[in-house]
Design a protein around this ligand. Sequence first.
Ligand SMILES: [Cu+2]
Length: 199
Amino acid sequence: MSVSKFVVAALAVSVSAVALGAGAHGDGHGHGQGAKSGEPGKASDAGRSFTVQMYDNYYEPESIEVKPGETVRFVVENKGSLVHEFNIGTPAMHESHQKEMMMMVEHGAIQGGKLNRDMMEMDMGNGMSMKHDDPNSVLLEPGESQEVVWKFSEKSGIEFACNVPGHYQAGMYGEVNFNSGDSRVRSLADASKSLNPAK
Ligand SMILES: [Cu+2]
C-alpha cells in the first residue's frame, strides 16, 4: 500500500467521524444525490470481464476504468489467507456496510479465514439475518472465487472495497475510474462493442 493511500484512508475516517458528530448522513451536497452506484447487470450484456484478486489486504488490480453505463463482469478470487469482500459502492455505502460486517465478526459469522455460513442464515430474532447476498458484493473464504456482474451508472466516486473490519482502513479498496475520452479506453470500448454487436 502506498503512503498516500494510507493518508487518504486516515483522512476519510476522520472526515466521516466529523460527519457523524454533526449528525449528517449521505454522500453529496445535492448534485448526484440519490444517484446509485449502478445496478445488477446481465452477464449477456457484459462486454468486458476483469479478474480481481484479493490478498491480505489489497486488490490486484488496485483500480479499474469503466465507461458510464457499462456492464462489466468481475471474476473475484480470494488469494489471501483471510475472509475478504469485493463490494461496489460509494464511500458512504462502504462505511455503513462496515458496521454490519463488524456485527458479523462479533457474532462469529466471520472468523479470520473462515465464514460460518449457517450462522449467516440464522434469524437474528428481529426478522433479520447476517446473510450476505447483495448483488453488488461477494464475501469469500480463502481459495474461493465468484462472479459479480454490475452495470455502472453515470455516478462517479465509486470504489470497490472490502468491509471486513480493519481491511478498508488498511487500504483494501480501489477506485472505479470513469473514462470515456481517453483514446486507450475508447479503443477498449470499441473492442468490447465488436465482441457484443447487439449494443
Ligand atoms: Cu479484506
